[in-house]
Design a protein around this ligand. Structure first.
Ligand code: PLP
Length: 287
């Protein structure tokens, strides 16, 4: 069976699924998205992702296309039809289809919604995590509302491509004060010389990562020290460990920043432990 996509109420063959050319998501990036990790075919961190979806939509004054309960049913059914156990579910909601105009449509339109599911090779992901990845840094050039998970991802896409061309897995944006904000598709963390975990606070212009919040809970439960305080690329290079978090990365050790090793330049015990703890928690709480 091939891949199946959900498009505005219908399940369609992935290769043939399409949206209208005047979908405002397509023309104006007037759309938001969410991504859930899947463990054993179940949605990880459900509450956090649903809450953020609702908030992103409400910030843009786009109505929820259906209730959370109905959405859960549709997401699960899309996963089931794709027979994916380990992977990612992508959901996008746009303001809808209307004649092109920057201002919102005068006549009410229904939001347009699509869902796709992608399988992930967990063994390969674990091997990657065991080796660690490199990141590059790049000047922050995104808009001021990165807390809203919109599909306007061109700066992120360009940053990611620059990382790829330099053999790195992620790009960290650096703001005008010289502090790392976050990655192109992940939140950024370091472990200080004194063992304190550090990640950017959410008053900054960053996405409030769901994985980040769950990990903060886990860190506090373990009694480890954590400080939501900015760090510079130089501090990251001088740190004992670094890592990134996200629905795709989970907790992924970073061993080099701009070609300079972090700590000893190998995967460290803190990131390894946090990855294990996160995966355990995500499995326990997935729905
Ligand atoms: N920051 C950005 C810019 C992202 O795109 C993502 C995930 O896609 C994250 C952070 C991590 O967020 P989450 O943990 O909710 O996946």
């Amino acid at each position: 069976m091939g891949r199946i996509a959900y498009v505005n109420g219908a399940f369609e063959r992935h290769g043939e699924a399409a949206v209208h050319i005047e979908d405002r998501g397509y023309q104006l990036a007037d759309a938001v998205y969410e991504v859930w990790a899947l463990f054993d075919g179940r949605l990880a961190d459900p509450e956090g992702h649903f809450a953020r979806l609702e908030r992103s939509l409400s910030e843009l004054k786009i109505p929820m296309p259906m209730s959370r309960r109905a959405l859960t049913v549709v997401l699960r059914e899309t996963v089931r039809q794709n027979r994916v156990k380990d992977g990612l579910v992508y959901l996008q909601v746009s303001r809808g289809v209307a004649p092109r105009d920057h201002a919102f449509p005068t006549d009410p339109v229904s939001p347009a919604m699509i869902i796709t599911v992608k399988a992930i090779d967990r063994a390969a992901a674990e091997a990657k995590a065991a080796k660690g990845v490199s990141v590059i840094t790049t000047p922050e050039n995104r808009w001021g509302r990165c807390d809203i998970k919109t599909v306007g991802l061109l700066p992120n896409a360009l940053a990611k491509q620059a990382a790829k061309e330099r053999g790195a897995a992620e790009a960290w944006f650096v703001d005008e004060l010289g502090f790392v904000t976050e990655g192109a598709s992940s939140n950024a963390w370091i472990v200080d010389a004194d063992g304190t975990l550090r990640t950017r606070d959410t008053n900054a212009n960053i996405l409030r990562g769901v994985t980040r919040y769950t990990l903060l809970d886990l860190i506090r439960e373990t009694g480890m020290k954590v400080d939501e305080r900015p760090f510079t690329p130089a501090e990251a290079k001088a740190a004992t460990e670094a890592f990134i978090t996200g629905a795709g990365a989970l907790v992924l050790p970073v061993i080099a920043v701009d070609g300079a090793p972090v700590g000893k330049g190998v995967v460290g015990p803190v990131a390894t432990r946090l990855r294990r703890l996160y995966i355990e928690r995500a499995r326990e709480t997935a729905i």
